[in-house]
Write a protein that binds this ligand. Sequence first.
Ligand code: OKP
Ligand code: ZN
Length: 387
Amino acid sequence: MSNVIVLHNELTLLHHSLELIGHKLIEAHESPDRVRRILQAIKQMDGINLIKVDSSTEGGNGEPEIPSNIHTAEYIEHLRTIFKRFLDAGVVDKDGCVLPECFPHYRLLKPPGSQADAADDPKRDMVPLALPKDPFAHLGYYSFDLSAGMSLDTFTSAIASVQMARRAIDMVLESQARRTIQPIFVLTRPPGHHACEALAGGYCYINNVAVTAEYLLSKLGAIDTTLPSTTSRVAILDLDFHHGNGTQSIFYERREPAYVSIHGEGEYPYYTGSAQECGRGDGEGFNRNFPLLARPHSTRDDYLRLLEAACQVIQEEWKSTYLLVSMGFDTFRKDILGGFELDVNDYRTIGRRVRHVGLPVVTLLEGGYSEELGELVAAFLDGLRLD
Ligand code: OKP
Ligand code: ZN
């Protein structure tokens, strides 16, 4: 039995957003209360070492570098500045939130003289849709849906999250040197797994797990060429109900890190996550999707069988030496955005299985929107520390 380290930064509570449900614009389900519920539930737990990270005292001026192969510099600059532009123009209040207007849909451009189905081929040669001159159109250019509105402190919360996640990597590597490995759970908010190289969406802005994996790989250095070509040192296990399209796309042509996901079949974000998506080029074989139909077409046992298969891939096929978990709790049977059947105690089982992969592990919070979120996280952390 060992302790679990939990990292939290109060700046993650600042971000807030709106979302459109039918004809109603409401406070986003992804709210600061999620983290508050988790803090409330774990505060009376044994074996939890809660560390409050303070950005002003960590890492000098506070802002970690985002690798340009994870997110483009232009995209990061957009996230940093866009709200201020709306604010300065007087079209939003300080405590408001801005949403995109118009998306650069790939079917907007139709090659001259082509048939309709050629226009539908996303791989066809075409002039890319350029960044609009009008800054108020930038939000649409850099988003893929309406679920990634920006508020005054969205960027601050997102940056605080990656900063904690990088800190977790430093801690894991240090503790490994001391041979006292403890699992780490990072209270990242907003989540990250839907964010692509230059696209926000699905409550995500900066892909926390992608930046973390890249940081870890930079610490590990060049790959040992004597390692079998089927191996990947860093594995990302994505257990959120929704497919992590962003993480998949960022690493799709890379062997390291390798990505494996279990998620609702045919669910949001709808266009990605099929079992046929296996990676390309150097990345071939290092992307694995395990889609599972939502209830009533699947059971808890179906889910746990896929969890076993995913862990087997990491251990037996990739023979990974580090594990990053994109952990969503929207697989819970009562979650408003999920459709699986998992119960509270299943999160203890998941935590224990993750521990039994036997690797140094950093878990990042992705989704989870039920009232019971705190309880679910507590059960997961409990499983993570069991032998
Ligand atoms: C983020 B994560 C209601 C639909 C909301 C966005 C779902 C994002 C899930 N307007 N769609 O993977 O938990
Ligand atoms: Zn989710």
